[in-house]
Structure formats: structure tokens, C-alpha cells
Ligand binder design. Structure first.
Ligand code: KG4
Ligand code: ZN
Length: 348
């Protein structure tokens, strides 16, 4: 027997219906049903389509997770759910399912922040989080630098994107290059056979003047426009677009800025551990660059494996288990889904 909490976590903030089951820091099941194929032809996630897909996938995904973990819902100590931020209709499906489970089973319910969950998930792979840890979250919806004292209570934003999220930039540039949605993994793959120095794309918010006001903020829309102009000029001149070189040079520009700012923030805050999470953390160049540049600064880098970086239920269960372990007060059963839940609100 163990007294570590057994927690079922539900994630529905975007297009993945995720149900994860953890015991303390041990991952028992991570069932994900994605509606990404249904959005592909639109080049982005369609909220109504995502909500409907969550509704259809919810019960089978819960069943699959319980089967994999070898438990029944009656065994769990608590239910955790993403209450925000995310797509309002999509969040509502997860929150409603979690409330139904919590009420039906008579278990406590924790409505948790999606971004903090991206941080907490690393505990399933690398053990307890260093405190404080500098977290860089880069996904399709967010790019932020956070000082995390205690993932259950204390998250302080240091900077964020002022326009496109990093993953959004990957997806938009992939589209320009006629690569499928979501574009990140395709750019990553194409870039392997391209040259990262072939084209000198701009590094947003890194000029001396920008650094005065936006030292830890990001901007990727100028980069996206620069890639679009470059590709258009090529097409106008009738020359083929060197997809691998554009992908590699674009990826280098994104990773360069992300890593530079993350390491600057860690150094500024006197923090020796950098955690990278969110879908873009699955990027192979970002992982390699962060490690090689952090090492001489004495900064350790933690990145969960790619499957735990993209949205999933295990991350929500991981944060829920931490809430239980640290004795946090469960959420009220009428907790709302909050599409713009601030990162400072870790538990509602
Ligand atoms: O965290 P996530 O699954 O969902 C959101 O909360 O947004 O992140 C999805 C994003 C997409 O924009 C996708 O293109 C990007 O993560 N992504 C990647 C890679 N794998 C996924 N971006 C760059 N390189 C990758 N290997
Ligand atoms: Zn996410």
C-alpha cells in the first residue's frame, strides 16, 4: 500500500481529450483522443468542432485510462480538471465531466490551471520540481516565462508573447510551406535536412531598445511576416522554395530567441533550473540548443519527453496529485470554466 494520492486528471482546453491517472509522481495511464485531423483542413482548431469531439471522446477516454491503470473510478482519491485557460466550449466539457465524476464518486475536485499543469507534468519523468524553477512554456496558445516557487500556489509571470505564440508561428509558417497542420513536427523534420544559417530571419524583441521594455517578452509575428515575404519573393521569381532551408532558418530564429530569453531570465532571477514545457518543447532543436547554451552557465535543463509536452491528461493529474499531497483546499463544485484564467491562478 502507498499513501500517495491516486488522481484522475481531465484535459479538454484545446483539441486533445486527455485523461491521465497518476499515483503521486508515478504515471499509470495517459489516454489521449485528438480531434486534430478534423481541424487540419481549416489550418487551425475550430472551437465548435473541438467541443463536439470532446463530448464524444470523454467517456471512452476515461474508460481507456482506467483500464490501462488497472483501476476503477471508485479507487481514485481525487479528480482534477483543467478549468482554464483555453477554448470556452471545450473547457466546459471537461469541467462538466469532472464535476459529474466528483459528485457521483463523492471525491474532491481540483480545477487547475493548464499552464501550471505543463510545469507539473515534469515530475512524472524527472521527480520533484526544484524550487524555484524557471519555466518556459511554449505551445500553440502560449509563450511565457514564469518563476515558479511552488507549482500549487506560487507562479509569477516574467514575460509572455505580445502577439503570436511560438507554436502558432510554427503552424503558420508550415502553412506557408504547404506542410500539414499542426506544423511544428513537420518543420522540425524538414529542418533536419536544411541549413539553419541559409536565411537570416529576424529575432523579435532582441534589439537594445526593445530589451528595455520587453526583456522577457516574445514577438513572433514579425518573423512570420518575414518568412512570408521571403517565400513570396521566391515564388514571384519562379524559383522553387527551398523548404528545408526555410524551415531550418525559421526554427533557428525561434529557438534562438526562446533560449536566449529563458537563460537571461534564469540568470537574472538567480535560478539554476530551467524547465521547458508545452507542445513546442517537443522541438528537437529547442531541446538541443537549450542544453548546450545552459551548460556553460551552470543551468540545468529539464524537458519532459515529447508525449508529455503536448496537451494530455497526465499533466492535470500530476498537478492534482501535488495539490492533494500539499493539502490544498479542493475547488467548489460550482467551479467555472475560465477561458482566460490567469497563470497566477493555479487552483480555482
Ligand atoms: O501544448 P500543445 O499540445 O497545445 C496547446 O496548448 O497549444 O501545443 C501544440 C503546439 C502546436 O502549435 C504544434 O505545432 C507545436 O505545439 N509543436 C511543435 C512540435 N510539436 C508540436 N512545434 C515545434 N516543434 C515540434 N516538434
Ligand atoms: Zn498546452
Amino acid at each position: 500500500m502507498t499513501d500517495e494520492p491516486l488522481v484522475l486528471g481531465i484535459e479538454t482546453s484545446c483539441d486533445e481529450t486527455g485523461v491521465g491517472i497518476v499515483r503521486g509522481h508515478t504515471l499509470l495511464a495517459d489516454a489521449v483522443a485528438s480531434s486534430v485531423d478534423e481541424h487540419a483542413r481549416f489550418g487551425g482548431v475550430v472551437p465548435e468542432v473541438a467541443s463536439r469531439a470532446h463530448l464524444e471522446a470523454m467517456v471512452p477516454t476515461i474508460e481507456r485510462a482506467c483500464e490501462t491503470a488497472g483501476i476503477t473510478p471508485y479507487d481514485v482519491d481525487a479528480i482534477a480538471v483543467t478549468s482554464g485557460p483555453g477554448l470556452a466550449g471545450a473547457l466546459l466539457v471537461g469541467v462538466a465531466a469532472a464535476k459529474a465524476l466528483a459528485i457521483g464518486l463523492g471525491k474532491p475536485l481540483y480545477g487547475v490551471n493548464h499552464l501550471a499543469s505543463h510545469v507539473a507534468v515534469d515530475q512524472l519523468e524527472h521527480g520533484p520540481l526544484p524550487e524555484p524553477v524557471l519555466a518556459m512554456l511554449v505551445s500553440g496558445g502560449h509563450s511565457s516565462l514564469l518563476r515558479v516557487e511552488d507549482v500549487t500556489t506560487g507562479v509569477t509571470p516574467l514575460g509572455a508573447t505580445i502577439d503570436d505564440a511560438a507554436g502558432e508561428a510554427f503552424d503558420k509558417v508550415a502553412r506557408l510551406l504547404s506542410l500539414p497542420f499542426p506544423g511544428g513536427p513537420h518543420i522540425d523534420r524538414e529542418a533536419r535536412s536544411g541549413s539553419s544559417v541559409a536565411i537570416d530571419f529576424p529575432r523579435g524583441l532582441t534589439s537594445r531598445k526593445d530589451l528595455e521594455r520587453h526583456r522577457f517578452d516574445f514577438s513572433f509575428s514579425g518573423l512570420k511576416t518575414a518568412v512570408a515575404r521571403w517565400v513570396e519573393a521566391r515564388e514571384r521569381s519562379g524559383e522553387p522554395v527551398p523548404v528545408a532551408n526555410v524551415a531550418a532558418s525559421f526554427q533557428e530564429a525561434v529557438c534562438d530567441v526562446l533560449v536566449r530569453k529563458a537563460l537571461d531570465a534564469a540568470t537574472d532571477q538567480g535560478i539554476e533550473d530551467l524547465l521547458i514545457g508545452g507542445g513546442v518543447a517537443a522541438n528537437s532543436r529547442l531541446r538541443a540548443m537549450a542544453e548546450s547554451r545552459a551548460e556553460p552557465l551552470g543551468i540545468r535543463v529539464r524537458v519532459p519527453r515529447p508525449g508529455l509536452c503536448t496537451d494530455n491528461g497526465a499533466m492535470v493529474a500530476a498537478l492534482g496529485a501535488e495539490m492533494v499531497a500539499r493539502g490544498r483546499t479542493p475547488s467548489a463544485l460550482d467551479l467555472p470554466a475560465d477561458s482566460s484564467q490567469p497563470v497566477t491562478s493555479v487552483l480555482v
